[in-house]
Design a protein around this ligand. Structure first.
Ligand SMILES: [Ca+2]
Ligand SMILES: [Ca+2]
Length: 535
């Protein structure tokens, strides 16, 4: 009876609160929790690749007999993909953002020092204009004020990273216009000293100071938190928590795994805290999160390092920074830099979404998996050798269909010696440019020669964090045609930048999945013609 009373009491309590919690609106019906309306929005510069199944691998000649891509039918979900390789101009947007936020942070710290030493925030026509926004606490939200006073940070760096920068004030780059001496000192500390500048340009950024840190958590996958936890749990149940050892499972249906000791009636629960403590932290969530610091500037020396006995100095000095190459694909970026770029792109878009309070968070931008890349490159054609079909690399007018090295030693029979604009040549059936050739592209898969033998066939991806070899796809301006085939696999070490490797990103499509089979061409076209938020 006592128990019954208790339960009624709890239920009644819930109801009496419920009358304020939306009962009036729902009238007691199941109407679902309130949510913002989500419309999948095609990101600027991307196209929708409708999901479907395809035969992955080499149905065509595997002339060099590498045999790392036997055929296999796989299915991928719908996703958006960049129409072109990421260009220098797009990558500069990332680099400039990182550079500016690093400089702004240093300016704000110097301003804070001045304020601490008694300079009044009122005299804010110089460096003080770049103070942290919360230096003036009058307009802070309750939460921001509380955080400023109570939050604990392990390092100064973490503390400053938590402060809000004043992005409303433009940075002043022109040396003639520096507002005061403090600003000058901070700003100039980001340039290389004169004696270290090789180039004839007068100032050169000290690029090692511009680091982007992104948090990476390994939740799913073969070494991920979910898998490792489950594996450990199964081992424990097999070896320790069994009847022979005096344990009995008393997990309630739907509840957390719980055991009872038959001898002394003690119980324990296999919850996240138990996993963390019994494995001395090995299975603690933090251990599956890494913070990866990445130097963001591309390595421009690759133009000379990749081709030792060749004169490529103009490319070294100009390719990334000169306006002439804005629309050319970025190169000299490692796998880690490509990942950092994706992370920043997600962060930037979601910061915008957050500022417009009615907008939902968007899914992550990321590198395509190997299967997604190949599916997209095929452009809807079955068993073709190249994005345009094949088996030839020239069209019927005798023009080459992509930028590569058509003949031994002659890089330019296709009218291009190095890279070309990212939207050069004709796109494939999904409106994707240069999937073959121009620059090879990092994908989010580690290179395992036997990968196709053991992957599953739905959204397959092998990404073994311990394997430093990452797959690159599509071949490049320095490759022969074999590497341009949609099924050819190649690899490079994740931390190796090259003058012929770039990347493009993908973005998940959330909502009812459309497949190429079910979707009419006009529906795909309609999606792809939908205007992005900017034009
Ligand atoms: Ca070429
Ligand atoms: Ca390419």
């Amino acid at each position: 009876m006592k128990k019954f009373l208790k339960i009624t009491f709890i239920v009644l309590l819930a109801f009496s609160c419920g009358s304020n919690g939306g009962l009036k609106k729902s009238k007691g019906e199941l109407v679902g929790a309130k949510a913002k309306k989500y419309y999948p929005e095609k990101p600027f510069g991307m196209v929708l690749v409708p999901g479907g199944s395809f035969i992955m691998g080499k149905s065509d000649d595997d002339l060099p007999a590498i045999k790392d891509a036997p055929t296999k039918t796989v299915t991928v979900r719908s996703f958006y993909m960049d129409e072109t390789e990421i260009t220098n101009s797009e990558y500069r947007q990332f680099v400039n953002w990182v550079r500016d936020s690093v400089i702004r942070t240093k300016l704000a710290i110097r301003a804070e020092d001045l304020i601490t030493n008694g300079v009044s925030l009122e005299d804010n026509d110089g460096i003080l204009k770049y103070s942290f926004i919360d230096s003036d606490t009058t307009d802070l939200s309750v939460y921001d004020k509380w955080k400023l006073e109570n939050e604990f940070y392990e390092t100064d760096e973490d503390y400053y990273a938590s402060r809000k920068l004043n992005w409303r004030e433009d940075l002043i780059f022109d040396r003639d216009d520096y507002p005061d001496k403090d600003y000058l000192e901070v700003f100039e500390s980001f340039y290389l000293p004169k004696e270290k500048v090789f180039n004839e340009v007068e100032k050169s950024w000290d690029v090692k100071k511009f680091i982007y840190k992104h948090k990476f958590s390994n939740i799913s996958g073969s070494e991920g938190y979910i898998y490792m936890k489950n594996k450990y749990k199964m081992e424990q149940i097999r070896d320790v928590f069994n009847e022979e050892q005096g344990w009995k499972e008393i997990t309630q249906p739907g509840g957390v795994t719980t055991f009872k000791n038959v001898d002394n009636d003690s119980t324990f629960v296999m919850d996240d805290d138990w996993f963390a403590s019994t494995t001395e932290g090995t299975l603690s969530r933090e251990n599956f999160a890494r913070e990866v610091p990445v130097l963001v500037y591309p390595d421009t020396t690759v133009w000379e390092l990749d081709f030792k006995h060749s004169e490529n100095q103009p490319m070294h000095y100009n390719y990334f920074s000169h306006d002439a190459y804005s629309d050319y694909p970025v190169v000299g970026v490692t796998f880690h830099q490509a990942e950092a770029f994706c992370n920043w792109r997600t962060f930037t878009k979601n910061s915008y979404q957050k500022s417009k309070k009615k907008k939902s968070r968007v899914p992550n931008f990321r590198l395509p998996t190997e299967a997604e890349w190949e599916y997209a490159a095929r452009g809807g054609l079955q068993s073709a050798m190249y994005p345009w079909g094949g088996p030839y690399t020239k069209n019927d007018r005798g023009c080459f269909m992509a930028n590569f090295k058509p003949m031994r030693g002659d890089y330019a029979v296709d009218q291009a010696l190095y890279t070309v604009e990212a939207d050069a040549y004709d796109p494939n059936g999904y409106n994707l440019y240069n999937m073959s050739g121009n620059v090879a592209e990092w994908v989010d898969s580690s290179y395992e020669p036997e990968a196709y033998e053991f992957t599953i066939t739905m959204n397959p991806n092998i990404n073994n964090p311990k394997n430093n070899k990452k797959v690159i796809r599509g071949g490049s301006w320095k490759d022969v045609k074999y590497f341009l085939q949609v099924s050819s696999r190649d690899y490079e070490y994740a931390d190796q930048a090259r003058s012929y490797i770039g990347f493009r990103t993908v973005h998940d499509y959330l909502g009812a999945d459309m497949t190429a089979n079910a979707m009419t061409n006009s529906a795909i076209r309609k999606q792809n013609n939908r205007r992005s938020s900017i034009k």
